[in-house]
Design a binder for this molecule. Structure first.
Ligand SMILES: Cc1ncc(COP(=O)(O)O)c(C=O)c1O
Length: 485
C-alpha cells in the first residue's frame, strides 16, 4: 500500500472520531448526502473529477447542465441571475466589487468586512471609506452597521460607486439591509451584501419560516454573495453569487468572475452545488422546518442550564449561529472550546469568553442533544467544584474593546518598512495587514497605527496558538514609521 500522506491521515482519523460538528461545512458529513440518495456521487467521487469534456458545459459560458443548476438557484433565491462559484464567496466578493467600482474610485465598506474586500482594494486601486459597526458592549463584538452611517458617508462621498457590508456578520448579527438599500439606491449607488454567513436566510423565508432576519435578496441588495458551503449542503469552497437588479451589468459580473476564478473549475464542487440545489428544491420545506424546530428545542433547553448565557432569538439576529458563554463561572472561550472538544464537539470560533457554534442544514436532533448534554455536564462540574478564575480575568483585559474597530486615523502606508517584534510596533504604521483567522477580518490594515491594546490582543491570540496572518513565526509584523515616506 502507498505510504499514507499526513493530510489524509489527519482527515481519516478526524472522520473516525465521528465528530459532532457545530463548525463549517453545513452538510456535517456524508450522512446528509446518503439520506437523499447521493451515494452514487460519494462512491464515484474521483471519477466525477472531470474537466470540460463534451456535454459538461463551461462555467464561464453556461449553456447546458451548469446553466440548469444556475437556473435552479435563480428560482430558489428569486434572483435575476445566479452564478456557481468554485473559489468561495471570496471570489464572488472580489468580482462583485470589480464589476461595480471603477479603478481608482471610492468604495464605502464596513470596517469589519472580510479580508477578500480589503484584498480587492489593491487590485483596482480602490479608495476605502470605512463605515464602522456598532459595538455590542456586552460581548465586545461588532454589531450592525447603522443606516445613518451609510447615509452620512454617501453625502460626504458623492463620488463613491458602491457600498459593501457583511450581513449577517460572523456572529450572526444582521444589519438593516432594507433601510441601507433604500439609502444607497436613493443615491444611485450599488449595494453589495456579503451574505457568506447567511445562505440559508432566503431558503427559510422561501419555505414560509419568518422567525429569522430577511435575506439581503429580499431586502433590495443588488448583488448578494452566499457561502452555501458554510450552512447549506454544498462542499467547502463552493458558493453562489446572486444578481438581483440591473444596476450592474451581468456581462461585467461574468467578465470579472472569469478573471478571478480558476480556469479549471472543479466539477466535484459544482456537482455538490447542483445536489444542494436539488435537495433544497425538493426537500427544502421539511429540512428548514426540522432545522428551526431543532434550534428552538436547543434554545428552550439551553436557557435552563445554570451559568450558561446565550444570545437568544432576538430580532436582527441570525440565531442559527449559537453564541454562548460560561463567563459567570470564569470560563474563557478558549477553555470552553477545549472542554467541548474533549466531548467530541467542534465549535466554530471563540472571542474573549464568547463561543460561536455554527449550525447547518446537516445537523440532526442528536447533534443538538449531544451539545446540550455536554453543556449541562460542564455546568454541573463547575457548580460542584468552583475553580480559580484569576488567569481568565487578565485574559479578558487583553481582549477588551479591541474587536469593535474604533475609528482610527489612517496614515499614508509607509514606503519603507521592516519586520518589528510585536510589542515594539506600538506607534508604528502597518504595512501588511494583520488578520486573525477565523474570522478573517483584518484587525490592523495598512496605514493604521499599531495601538498597545491591539498588540496585546494579538499577543494573546498567538499565545493561544490562534492563526494570525501577517505575524511571522518570530512574532514580527511589517511596519514603518509615520515619517518614512
Ligand atoms: C464575512 C465573511 N465573508 C466572506 C467570507 C469568505 O467566504 P469563503 O470562505 O466562502 O470564500 C468569509 C469566510 O469565512 C466570511 O467570514
Amino acid at each position: 500500500m502507498e505510504k499514507i500522506t499526513t493530510v489524509k491521515k489527519f482527515l481519516i482519523e478526524h472522520a473516525k472520531l465521528n465528530p459532532v460538528s457545530f463548525h463549517m461545512p453545513g452538510h456535517k458529513g456524508a450522512a446528509f448526502y446518503k439520506r437523499f440518495g447521493h451515494n452514487d456521487f460519494l462512491e464515484n467521487f474521483i471519477d466525477c473529477d472531470v474537466t470540460e469534456i463534451i456535454g459538461a458545459d463551461n462555467l464561464f459560458l453556461t449553456e447546458g447542465i451548469l446553466k440548469e443548476a444556475q437556473d435552479v438557484y435563480s428560482e430558489l433565491y428569486d434572483s435575476r441571475k445566479s452564478y456557481l462559484l468554485i473559489n468561495g464567496s471570496s471570489s464572488g466578493i472580489i468580482a462583485a466589487i470589480l464589476a461595480s467600482v471603477s479603478k481608482g474610485k471610492k468604495l464605502i465598506m464596513a470596517r469589519n468586512c472580510h479580508k477578500s474586500v480589503f484584498n480587492t482594494l489593491t487590485l483596482a486601486d480602490i479608495q476605502p471609506i470605512y463605515a464602522y459597526p456598532e459595538l455590542n458592549d456586552d460581548y465586545d463584538i461588532s454589531g450592525p452597521i447603522p443606516p445613518e452611517e451609510i447615509d452620512l458617508l454617501l453625502k460626504n462621498n458623492p463620488d463613491a460607486d458602491a457600498v459593501i457590508l457583511p450581513s449577517p456578520n460572523y456572529y450572526g448579527i444582521c444589519s438593516d439591509i432594507e433601510a441601507i438599500s433604500d439609502i444607497v439606491h436613493r443615491n444611485n449607488k450599488i449595494l453589495i451584501v456579503d451574505q457568506a454567513h447567511g445562505a440559508h436566510l432566503k431558503i427559510f423565508s422561501k419555505y414560509g419560516i419568518t422567525e429569522l432576519p430577511e435575506s439581503a435578496e429580499e431586502s433590495g441588495a443588488d448583488i448578494v454573495i452566499n457561502s452555501t458551503h458554510k450552512t447549506l449542503a454544498s462542499l467547502t469552497q463552493s458558493a453562489i453569487l446572486n444578481l438581483n437588479s440591473d444596476r450592474v451589468s451581468h456581462y461585467m459580473i461574468e467578465d470579472k468572475l472569469q478573471c478571478i476564478e480558476s480556469t479549471s473549475p472543479s466539477y466535484v464542487l459544482m456537482t455538490s452545488l447542483d445536489i444542494n440545489a436539488g435537495i433544497l428544491k425538493t426537500h427544502g420545506y421539511e429540512l428548514m422546518q426540522d432545522w428551526i424546530d431543532n434550534l428552538n428545542y436547543f434554545y428552550d433547553e439551553a436557557i435552563k442550564i445554570p451559568g450558561l448565557e446565550l444570545i437568544d432569538r432576538i430580532p436582527g439576529m441570525d440565531w442559527t449561529k449559537i453564541n454562548f458563554s460560561f463567563r459567570k463561572f470564569g470560563i474563557s472561550g478558549h477553555e470552553l472550546e477545549q472542554l467541548l472538544l474533549a466531548k467530541n464537539i467542534f465549535i466554530e470560533l471563540y472571542t474573549g469568553d464568547l463561543v460561536m457554534s455554527m449550525t447547518g442544514i446537516g445537523n440532526t436532533r442528536d447533534d443538538f442533544r449531544a451539545f446540550l448534554e455536554a453543556l449541562t455536564e460542564i455546568s454541573e462540574n463547575r457548580i460542584n467544584n468552583q475553580t480559580d478564575s484569576t488567569s481568565y480575568a487578565s485574559e479578558e483585559n487583553a481582549t477588551k474593546h479591541v474587536l469593535a474597530f474604533k475609528r482610527a486615523a489612517i496614515y499614508e502606508i509607509p514606503k519603507k518598512a521592516k519586520r518589528v517584534p510585536l510589542m515594539e510596533a506600538e506607534g508604528l504604521i502597518c504595512k501588511m495587514s494583520v488578520i486573525p483567522y477565523p474570522p478573517g477580518v483584518p484587525l490592523v490594515c495598512p496605514g493604521e497605527k499599531f495601538e498597545r491594546e491591539t498588540l496585546l490582543y494579538i499577543q494573546t491570540l498567538r499565545e493561544k496558538e490562534e492563526k494570525v496572518i501577517g505575524v511571522n513565526s518570530a512574532g514580527e509584523v511589517l511596519a514603518g514609521d509615520c515619517h518614512s515616506y
